[in-house]
Ligand binder design. Sequence first.
Ligand code: NI
Length: 253
Amino acid sequence: MLTNIFDAHAHYDDARFDADRDSVLRSLPQKGVCGIVNNSVDLENAERILALAEQYNHMYAAVGCHPENLENLPGDYLERIASLTQHPKVIAVGETGLDYHWDVPHDLQKRVFEEQLKLSLDLKMPLIVHDREAHEDVYHLLRQYRPHALIHCFSGSVEFMHETVAMGMYISLGGVVTFKNARKSVEVASEIPLERLLLETDAPYMAPVPFRGKRCDSSMIVFVAEKIAELRNMTVQEVLDLTAENAERFYRI
Ligand code: NI
């Protein structure tokens, strides 16, 4: 059986798990899952993320505000995130970042991302960055502040990957590398220095082939690891061992 599956980024608070969340989460360690970093997207779900992390040994929490969830952002949101990070199972600020796919004002997104980025530096905590169709603006801030960051669901070019690694940051890849049209992700997976690569699901989204379009859970990382093993001429277990070790180093677990 495969072991050491570490899911560097997931959303188990999502409504798609409402019917069977507990049975899914309980089943994962038996399927080889050793760690999950569950991300909040706003302050409202951060409380539930903490409750889940308390309930499951193998689950950790990240607290932050996602760029799609900035409506009704409270004025004291940053203080509230800072206070939630005091919880022992919180290991990162996130997820935060920029998403220009959605119609949320860019100025607001940039301000809230920059504030959370600076908070991660003040707290000396890892930062989980979401970058969708916003590479130039995301990298402008990363270059300026150099946070201890993971670019999750990395969708940039090989050049951006090299720059990320040169700045000391990490990248996580998920189901997209298994998709037929995933030329860029495959190039990144083939060339990234192995000590900077993490695996993730972004569950319930982004299920790998052969489950594409279905609800994703952390056990499906095996299919991502299989693809990377093939690209890097490694065994699947070697990919899982290495990426779990990278995740523990990055998150300081
Ligand atoms: Ni996410």
